[in-house]
Write a new protein. Structure first.
Length: 325
């Protein structure tokens, strides 16, 4: 009987070893304005590490408040800079409210910001670089939260939270704080003078996930040499999220140059189109989105809201996305 039990145990072990290993992919889910589309205000992405850590990047205006059912658990919030379309000065009243062409932004998040509202509700850490952390610490404290949940990761350094290493990198972009976030007599005087608060430089991020994947999140940026020397040569980013909307940020041709000649990732996700990028889930002909996708030389993906993509350690799309070349 003992021999039979031993043989059964060995058989069970061998059977378990024969099963395919669970894919250790990083999941990326866009939280845009309209399900299945890529719309003008879309910024927000949720990254889920294989260990379960969930990171919200630039909640913007398309997350329907802290109670948006698409959020789920949020452990960390990243904010690239303080402009309302990234920090969240207003947001839609519910997922899919409004239209892709005319998104609903009827709910104000002033003076706290959507990022702070979500952090308070989800008990998330807010990680930022430059001089932004004191702003978030003050907002958290004023609303009964823990100011220590605002964490600094300044250029050249990094922090590791819940198994994910987070570093900030150069982003060439303005970063003023709207006086309405400040309020009172000071905010009023600043608004009348037409000036914004100074919280230092805008930032991009480089994330190293527990499966080894390194992802570059550009924020809003122009072309900088750091994209080659730091993002590519030092961090060896394999996945990139690249803004390409032009006017306010890098244009499609410039963004494609950054991908093709500087960062050279394995895959790239388009971001920040400032236009209707897709119609019925297909790239809109003549759009900036189409121009970027055609110009970039690596597999490029459009972040259709609600459609989860999965990337392996090498930066290759493993599940849920189809290259748009």
């Amino acid at each position: 009987m003992k021999r039979l039990k031993r043989l059964a145990a060995i058989g069970a072990t061998l059977a378990a070893l024969a099963l395919p290993a669970v894919a250790q992919n990083v999941k990326v889910t866009p939280l845009g304005g309209i399900d299945g589309e890529f719309c003008p205000q879309d910024r927000a992405l949720v990254f889920e590490d294989p260990n379960g850590t969930r990171i919200l990047y630039d909640p913007g205006r398309t997350v329907a408040g802290a109670s948006d059912p698409r959020l789920g658990k949020i452990d960390i919030i990243l904010v690239s800079h303080m402009h309302g379309d990234h920090l969240g000065n207003a947001h839609n009243k519910a997922p899919n409210s409004g239209s892709c062409e005319a998104p609903d932004m009827s709910v104000s998040s002033m003076p706290n910001s959507l990022a702070v509202e979500i952090a308070l509700a989800k008990k998330s850490k807010i990680v930022t670089g430059s001089e932004m952390p004191p702003f978030f610490a003050a907002k958290l404290k004023a609303n009964g939260g823990n100011p220590a949940d605002s964490i600094l990761a300044r250029f050249g350094g990094s922090v590791t939270l819940s198994g994910v290493r987070i570093a900030t990198v150069t982003a060439l972009h303005s970063n003023g704080v709207d006086p309405d976030y400040i309020g009172g007599e000071l905010g009023k005087a600043m608004k009348e003078a037409g000036i914004a608060g100074d919280v230092g430089l805008a930032t991009g991020y480089v994330l190293r996930f527990s499966n080894g994947l390194v992802a570059y999140l550009s924020g809003d940026t122009g072309i900088v040499a750091d994209q080659e020397r730091v993002v590519r040569d030092f961090y060896h980013a394999k996945l990139a999220v690249m803004n390409m909307g032009d006017g306010f940020t890098t244009g499609p041709a410039e963004s494609a140059f950054i991908m093709n000649e500087l960062v050279k990732p394995v895959s790239v996700i388009a971001s920040h189109a400032n236009e209707v990028g897709t119609v019925n889930g297909k790239i809109r002909p003549g759009s900036k989105t189409e121009a970027f996708i055609k110009a970039v030389k690596v597999p490029a993906f459009v972040p259709l809201s609600g459609r989860t993509m999965e990337f392996n350690a090498d930066g290759k799309c493993a599940v849920g996305c189809e290259a748009q070349m």
